[in-house]
Design a protein around this ligand. Structure first.
Ligand code: NAI
Length: 327
């Protein structure tokens, strides 16, 4: 039997996990033939709810789900894992400043980074979803330096998928025709969904859409504010679409990127496009299934560069607020 892939998920009793775990166990992420072991990590007060989720996993009788471990002990949770999906975090509450949020979450992601470095498998890859995900990822990465910096990722894919759908709708084409959708920067309202380099049926998106005012205005703001629009309509934040984006992200890292396309992922900057080294920044990347690189050679208009500068500055500000959490 093939060795199972061991996957740790934090926040395993939360909303996103409720949409995600069943799809992982069904073989949608690592392949229908690959056995999976889930290591589900929660805080103590959520353990009872997690038991209920595990009962439901049991009741699906998934052929490939070979083991499920539940724990609030990080060393146990991350022991030998090949993937760590860091979803659990503390949401922003009324009256909480962004700085407070960073501080609270830093308290979560510092020990998690340390525990991953101490306990995970030598090939571990980490995807941070819990917000503010780019800076949380930076905190975990900096505290888990035994794991190479290029194995830490933060999630921009929901933004990419949102942008692809908006472009496809506007062009009156299926979403499968949209490629090269880069989302630069922070997973926040400052992100820059880069319509300029996107293609629809292999043709430049601005040429196909031919409505510059819409692209530079409504398109960008719809994608930037989509998370808030969903909270407003649903009374809860995006969960099924976030889980779906986790699956897309893992697949785009772990399998070769199709020719003529790329994927948006938050990765460590090595200075590409003038982004300061070490920031966890949304870039278009290409993967060969084991290593990846930022797509090079793209040029930005003055207005696009201005938007990238704004999101870069926001991430620099976030990093400055968490310096005491960085070793
Ligand atoms: P949720 O509140 O339903 O679940 C979060 C879970 O995390 C809870 O069960 C909680 O007990 C658990 N948790 C809290 N601290 C923990 C810790 N130290 N260790 C382990 N578990 C812990 O939230 P939901 O909807 O599942 O969202 C989770 C996070 O994902 C939020 O931060 C949200 O903002 C973020 N998010 C990120 C997106 C992205 O595109 N990057 C998209 C949507 C949500």
């Amino acid at each position: 039997m093939t060795t199972p892939v061991k996957v740790a998920v934090t926040g395993a009793a939360g909303q996103i996990s409720y949409s995600l775990l069943f799809r992982i166990a069904a073989g949608e992420v690592f392949g229908a033939e690959v056995p999976v072991e889930l290591r589900l990590i929660e805080v103590d007060p959520a353990m009872r709810a997690l038991e209920g989720v595990v009962m439901e996993l049991d009741d699906c009788a998934f052929p490939n789900l070979v083991n499920v471990v539940t724990t609030s002990d990080l060393k146990v949770g991350f022991d030998g894992v090949n993937w760590a999906l860091l979803i659990g975090s503390v949401p922003r509450k009324q009256g909480m400043e962004r700085g407070d949020l960073l501080g609270v979450n830093g308290g979560i992601f510092k020990p998690q980074g340390q525990a991953i470095a101490a306990a995970a498998a030598s090939d571990v890859r980490v995807l941070v979803v819990g917000n503010p995900c780019n800076t949380n990822c930076l905190i975990a990465r900096e505290n888990g330096k035994d794991v190479p910096a290029d194995r830490w990722f933060s999630m921009m894919r929901l933004d990419q998928n949102r942008a692809m759908t908006q472009l496809a709708r506007k062009a009156g084409k299926p979403v499968t025709t949209v490629t090269k959708m880069a989302v630069w920067g922070n997973h926040s309202a400052t992100q820059f969904p880069d319509y300029y380099h996107a293609e629809i049926d292999g043709v430049s998106a601005p040429e196909v859409v031919a409505d510059h005012a819409w692209l530079a205005g409504e398109f960008i703001s719809t994608v930037q504010k989509r998370g808030a629009a969903i909270i407003e309509a649903r009374g809860a934040s995006s969960a099924a679409s976030a889980a779906n984006a986790v699956i897309d992200t893992v697949r785009s890292i772990a399998t070769p990127t199709p020719t003529g396309d790329w994927a948006s992922v938050g990765v460590v900057s090595r200075g590409e496009y003038g982004i300061p080294e070490g920031l966890q920044f949304g870039f278009p990347i290409r993967s060969d299934g084991s290593s990846w690189e930022v797509v090079d050679g793209l040029t930005h208009s003055v207005s696009a560069q201005r938007l990238i500068d704004v999101t870069r500055d926001e991430l620099l500000g976030e990093r400055a607020e968490v310096t005491e959490l960085l070793p």
